[in-house]
Design a protein around this ligand. Sequence first.
Ligand code: SF4
Length: 61
Amino acid sequence: MKATVTDACIACGVCADICPDVFEMAGDRAKVIVEEAPTGTENACREAAESCPVDAIELDE
Ligand code: SF4
């Protein structure tokens, strides 16, 4: 699974809280810190995407 954060990100920090293995805050937006979501983090990654208030996380499964 590959995650992408779009320009819609408002830097709320929710994704990094829910799935810190994949998302990290970087200034005024979140960034994805891994090429592929590590095994075992997929569900947290999906939860982060579903919890994003502005739908800024795209997942390529
Ligand atoms: Fe940005 Fe969405 Fe992550 Fe919040 S949850 S930091 S808006 S990508």
